[in-house]
Design a protein around this ligand. Sequence first.
Ligand code: EMZ
Length: 416
Amino acid sequence: MEKIDELSQLYFGEYCKAIYKTHNLKFLNMEKSKIPDPFAELRLKSGFETIDDQNDPVTMLLRHKDVRKTAHNYKIFTSEAVPGRIVVPSEVNIRDTRQIPFEVDPPKHGAYRSIVESWFKRPLQAEYQQALAEMISWIIEEMITRDSVEVVNEFALPLQSRALTLLLNTPFEESETWISWGTHVFRSEGEALDADKANILYDYIDRELDRAIANPNDDLYSVLIQSDFEGRKLSKEEAKGVLVLTFAGGRDTVINAVTNAIAYFADHQESLERIRKEPELINNAVEEMIRYFSPLTHMGRVVTEDTQVCEHAAKAESRVSLCWASANRDESVFENPDEIVLDRKINPHVGFGFSHHNCLGATHARQIMRILLKELSEQVQSIDILDLKENIEHWGNFQRKVGYHKINVKFNPITQ
Ligand code: EMZ
């Protein structure tokens, strides 16, 4: 099957080249940045699909309404299962630490969240945004001098890691270590889950927490270990839970969002132009990109009692997943769901999750994307894609493009 796909892609490529030669057309309709929606058919038909994940099946919910309803019902669809089990692919074999507040349900969820909420809202502060803007502007300035930039590893990964030094309030140099870990802290090339790699992160966090306990300063490690929780101090394990989430949750997701945005602007110079002329569109444009890209395809829940989803029995102890990527293309909610409509006004997307468990890092991620759009529009005239390798996820029979393994581009600066 794969062979046939490869062949048909090859023939399609040849066919396009032939058309290109005959008509001397630019590849105007060959949008390399497109992210197809593999869920459309089943979303309409049954609304769900059961897939296998390491012999622990998951029923993926595909409709916007069901995804939101299920996300809201934390009593029957819990996040507080064995650590790692709500993640798809399951991380139970590589992680014992419970991620906090991600893997804790209300009311405790709210209690943990209130400890960290104000810290994770710091990206709303003017100085934070100023520092982030300088960081991103400087990266772009450097990139536009090069003949070719591999966006995933040379642009998005350093940008994500450097921006994270602001979120943790740690020295800039730490980003070098984080960059060396690559795009995912639990996965490596060719390995869905890599325990050795995960241990590098756990050991790093342990060392940093010990350092903060001995010598507290004003970074996130120190703030966490000094926090009060239900009349006592937060334990080291709980602090570690917040930190594992901070490092893991916002990594490949941010990298995918940044990389997909660059690919999109390469295909849509007119959109870059529009943002340059109408920067007031940026906030809407970022929400729309998050909807369209859906950097995290889905997140699981564990069923606590026999129930039904989409008129289909869901047994206690089984897993369901909330497919954000499918919900975000639901045609009963979004007009032209497969297009990026930069000024889309009503946009109830679930790209950052929904309800109690909505993304803790969303404020930081949104600022990164907003500043990226602003700086790109001010410095870059156009972007050429030189070559690329798509990152395709496999979920049962679904194949979903989530971003790129690599994409080489040339940034063309604005010349006055
Ligand atoms: C978990 C997850 C959180 C998980 C919002 O998503 O992101 C995944 O990339 C991690 O592997 O552990 O943090």
